[in-house]
Ligand binder design. Structure first.
Ligand code: CO
Length: 214
C-alpha cells in the first residue's frame, strides 16, 4: 500500500517535468507564495488541489476546524513567517460545510483531548446563540461552520502580527472562504478585512509610543 504512494509520487514528478522540465530546480531556489491558507485538517479539503495551485504558490496551515487561537504558537508562528518573511498578500481562512470538528462541538459526546480544542467552537455558539433558534440540526451545523470562519478571520486580524503589518503600511488582507464537500465549490463569504479601522475598537492595538504621548 505504501509502495503505491512512491509510485504515485514518481508519476506526479513526470507529469510536472513533462510540462516544465526545470520546475523543481526553480522551486528549490525559493518560495514566494502570495497566499496563506488556514484551513481544516479534513482530508477532503486540500488547499492546493481545490484552488488549482502548484507547489510554491500557497503557504498552508491546517488544524481541526481551522481555528486561530490567540495563544496557539504553532498557528501564530506560521502567520508571522507568512506575513513578515514571505510577505503574503492574502490570508485565506477557509472553513467547510459538514466539518466533523464543528459537528463534535455541537454534540456533547466525549472524544478526549480534542474536546479542549473544540471548546473554542462552543464559545462561538454561545456568542451567537440567538441565531440558532428554530434551526434543524443540519442548518445549525452549516451556520456554525460559517460563523466559525467569520470569527477566525477576526482572530487573525486581532493578532499583533497582522496589526503590526498594517501599521507598517504592508498590504495584507484577510478573507473568509467556505468550501462545500458536496459540490467541490469554494465560495467567498464576503468577509474581507484589510485595515485596522474595520476592527472593533477593543481589539485595535495602539503603539506603545502613542500611549506614552497621551
Ligand atoms: Co473540518
Amino acid at each position: 500500500m505504501l509502495d503505491e504512494l512512491f509510485r504515485n509520487n514518481l508519476s506526479w514528478v513526470e507529469r510536472i517535468t513533462a510540462k516544465e522540465p526545470d520546475f523543481f530546480e526553480k522551486l528549490a531556489q525559493q518560495q514566494s507564495p502570495e497566499f496563506l491558507w488556514i484551513g481544516c485538517a479534513d482530508s477532503r479539503v486540500p488547499a492546493n488541489e481545490i484552488m488549482g495551485l502548484l507547489p510554491g504558490e500557497v503557504f498552508v496551515h491546517r488544524n481541526v476546524a481551522n481555528l486561530v487561537i490567540h495563544t496557539d504558537m504553532n498557528c501564530l508562528s506560521v502567520l508571522q513567517y507568512a506575513v513578515e518573511v514571505l510577505k503574503v498578500k492574502h490570508i485565506l481562512v477557509t472553513g467547510h460545510y459538514g466539518c466533523g470538528g464543528i459537528q463534535s462541538a455541537l454534540d456533547n459526546r466525549e472524544l478526549g483531548l480534542i474536546d479542549n480544542w473544540l471548546r473554542h467552537i462552543k464559545d462561538i455558539y454561545r456568542l451567537y446563540e440567538k441565531e440558532f433558534e428554530g434551526l434543524d440540526e443540519e442548518q445549525k451545523l452549516n451556520l456554525l461552520c460559517e460563523l466559525n470562519v467569520v470569527e477566525q478571520v477576526t482572530n487573525v486580524c486581532h493578532t499583533t502580527i497582522v496589526q503590526s503589518a498594517w501599521k507598517r503600511g504592508q498590504a495584507v488582507s484577510v478573507h473568509g472562504f467556505i468550501f462545500s464537500i458536496r459540490d467541490g465549490i469554494l465560495r467567498d463569504m464576503g468577509v474581507n478585512i484589510s485595515t485596522l479601522e474595520e476592527l472593533a475598537p477593543i481589539y485595535r492595538m495602539q503603539r506603545k509610543s502613542d500611549l506614552l504621548r497621551r
